[in-house]
Design a protein around this ligand. Structure first.
Ligand code: SF4
Ligand code: F3S
Length: 104
């Protein structure tokens, strides 16, 4: 599966949702997540994210992100249409420690 990590937080560009063939992105206030059980591993969303927030779970130490994505995908509504990024997207892009700072 692919997952969304904390680089999405406070940016939420939503370019990713336009290309997903199975509509498995879910939207929270500050970020999106991917449902790991619905993702078919096609990889087309990864290069679309300007914040580089989408990663394959084959990278090291991904288990926490898979579980994070599964947890919130089951709580949040699906998003299938691109919308405007969050107002501070450019300023927050690439900032460290966003999970602690902005995620609630
Ligand atoms: Fe959707 Fe493919 Fe990205 Fe999985 S890898 S979230 S199926 S676009
Ligand atoms: Fe987030 Fe990147 Fe999609 S910032 S909303 S994962 S395009």
């Amino acid at each position: 599966t692919y997952i969304v990590n904390d680089a999405c937080i406070a940016c939420k560009y939503t370019d990713c949702v336009e290309v997903c063939p199975v509509d498995c992105f879910y939207e929270g206030e500050n970020m999106l997540v991917i449902h790991p059980d619905e993702c078919i591993d096609c990889g087309v969303c990864e290069p679309e994210c300007p914040a580089d927030a989408i990663r394959p779970d084959t990278e090291p130490d991904m288990e926490k992100w898979v579980e994070f994505n599964r947890k919130y995908a089951e709580m949040w509504p699906v998003i299938i249409t691109k919308k405007d990024p969050l107002p501070e997207a450019e300023e927050r892009d690439g900032e460290a420690g966003k999970l602690e700072k902005y995620f609630s």
